[in-house]
Design a protein around this ligand. Structure first.
Ligand SMILES: Cc1cc2nc3c(=O)[nH]c(=O)nc-3n(C[C@H](O)[C@H](O)[C@H](O)COP(=O)(O)OP(=O)(O)OC[C@H]3O[C@@H](n4cnc5c(N)ncnc54)[C@H](O)[C@@H]3O)c2cc1C
Length: 482
């Protein structure tokens, strides 16, 4: 109706409200003043926003506003998953003040919010990974003990991880998502921005470690990255895990993954004979303790880790499938007649996000040759593991990607250092590598030592007054043993 007239919107977190009082161009000053109103967490008052809607109503320019600096630390770690735990503990134990920012309501990432229950490629690791396995076993069930902590209870993991971080002096901020990064004119990362119930906040630090899995911090800092495979950036499927009860471990023993390699095909056969066709054709049942089990039998194909609508749809679909499968198995009767879902994962498991460009890129060729690197932070032994990228051929994993072969290989320290900015380290599944290499090094037994190395390097680089890329891993290692 009034195409030339600027429209100002008033916004509060969680919803937009068109304000009649702010529809005139003359009110822009008032809008900015409202935007800067002091946030008062005690009264519940929020820092308000103002903005200008484009004529086509397809975008909104948010007005400038001042946000509080909520923390200042030596090292800031984004993401409290396996990699983030390694990074935060190592940096704090090396004497750095550490702020850990995590969007979920618990630490552990895929281990806990994702209900994973199995740690792969951890047997040959020392340091924090070995310490965690020991704790998971000590506090866990007979199953946890008999698997040396590699099959663990997610609730025990939440408890242990919080306890260790608190003991080490790590400041933990849960329920808080990193949404922006500020770099200085020399392209050094100097601050991050977050959003939470406390509003928008800024956090300053000397060094940053991106352990967000998806490489959110690095991407916001402007780092280049790779995603998936091919021109369409096709990614591995997402999967939702669940906890189940109502079955007796003795009665379903042949179907339990830890008993034999045949457990997965046997469970698939049982499902198919009873008209159940799971989207993941390698259904994995794990016994955790008493009558509690975990199940992984879902694949959500072609979902982008950066499309909240697509993730929402995949999450709802996956949860529906889990309930349908459990209902179907219950109808099989016998040992399955009381099968029930205890919990589905709060966070659908994301296998692939951004692979941030680092100062070394791990490649399929490195895997086939069994790379030895003079700055190795750990040795990975897990196989190339590309789950079917689509429903074509109805496969469990895509064996074509295994052709180049894998021999145990080193993860080089430079693969953990962002190439495009300074002061930023990477750990976990977002480090620098190609599609095939990522499918192997991504497992959590490697994420923890990568995090430990990145956290230690962050702390030592501050002590030595150099940037992480100016350090040689061999000069850092002695600090790990100190
Ligand atoms: C379905 C599935 C099955 C798997 N099976 C196994 C297995 O059996 N064994 C195994 O060892 N590995 C397995 N993996 C691989 C493994 O779980 C991941 O590669 C591993 O979790 C990587 O660790 P990470 O710390 O890098 O990431 P994550 O575990 O994803 O942790 C990232 C953390 O960062 C947080 N975060 C993300 N973005 C932000 C943000 N913007 N702000 C604040 N916080 C943020 C997340 O909430 C999360 O806590 C599996 C993965 C999936 C998806």
């Amino acid at each position: 109706m009034f195409p030339s007239r600027r429209r100002f919107l008033q916004a509060t977190t969680g919803g937009l409200v068109v304000s009649a009082a702010l529809t005139s161009p003359d009110t822009s000053v008032a809008a900015d003043a409202a935007a800067n109103r002091i946030h008062n967490p005690v009264s519940g008052d929020v820092l308000r926003s103002a903005g200008q809607l484009s004529a086509d109503q397809k975008s909104l320019v948010e007005s400038q506003r001042s946000i509080p600096v909520s923390g200042q630390s030596d090292v800031l770690v984004c993401g409290g998953g396996p990699a983030g735990i390694g990074a935060a503990l190592a940096a704090a134990r090396a004497g750095a003040s550490v702020q850990l920012i995590e969007v979920a309501g618990c630490l552990g990432g895929v281990w806990t919010a994702g209900l994973l229950t199995k740690i792969l490629d951890a047997e040959n690791k020392s340091g924090i990974m070995a310490e965690l396995l020991q704790k998971f076993a000590e506090r866990g069930s007979d199953v946890a003990k008999s698997t040396d902590g590699t099959v663990y209870d997610p609730e025990i993991a939440k408890w242990v991880l919080e306890e260790l971080c608190i003991e080490a002096g790590v400041k933990i901020r849960l329920h808080t998502r990193l949404v922006g990064v500020v770099t200085d004119d020399k392209r050094k990362v100097v601050a991050v921005l977050t959003e939470s119930k406390s509003g928008r906040e800024a956090w300053l630090a000397d060094r940053f470690v991106d352990c967000s899995g998806d490489g959110d911090l690095a991407a916001h800092a402007g780092c280049q990255f790779d995603l998936g495979v091919g021109a369409d950036c096709e990614c591995q499927p997402m999967s939702m895990l669940a906890l189940l009860t109502g079955i007796d471990p003795e009665e379903v023993r042949p179907f339990i993954r830890e008993t034999s390699r045949k457990a997965k095909p046997l469970l698939l056969q049982l499902m198919e004979e009873n008209g159940i066709s799971p989207t993941y054709r390698g259904p994995t049942l794990r016994h955790l303790h008493s009558n509690i089990f975990s199940l992984m039998t879902n694949h959500e194909y072609g979902v982008s880790a950066f499309d909240a609508d697509a993730i929402s749809e995949a999450t709802i679909q996956a949860r529906h499938e889990i309930h349908a499968i459990v209902n179907g198995l219950r109808k099989v009767g016998g040992p399955w007649s009381n099968l029930a879902v205890v919990a589905t994962a709060e966070q659908i498991g994301v296998r692939e996000g951004r692979r941030i460009r680092g100062r070394y890129q791990i490649t399929a060729d490195d895997l086939s040759k069994g790379l030895r690197h003079e700055q190795a932070v750990c040795r990975a032994k897990f196989a190339i593991d590309v789950h079917a990228l689509n429903t074509e051929g109805n496969k469990e994993v895509d064996r074509d990607y295994k052709k180049g072969g894998m021999r145990p290989y080193d993860i080089p320290y430079p693969a953990l250092i962002a190439a495009d900015v300074d002061g930023l380290l990477l750990a976990g599944r977002c480090i620098s590598g190609d599609f095939i290499a990522h499918s192997s090094y991504r497992v959590t037994g490697n994420s923890v030592p990568m995090g430990e190395a990145a956290g230690l390097a962050a702390a030592v680089s501050i002590q030595k007054k150099v940037m992480p890329h100016e350090l040689d891993w061999n000069a850092i290692k002695p600090f790990a043993q100190a």
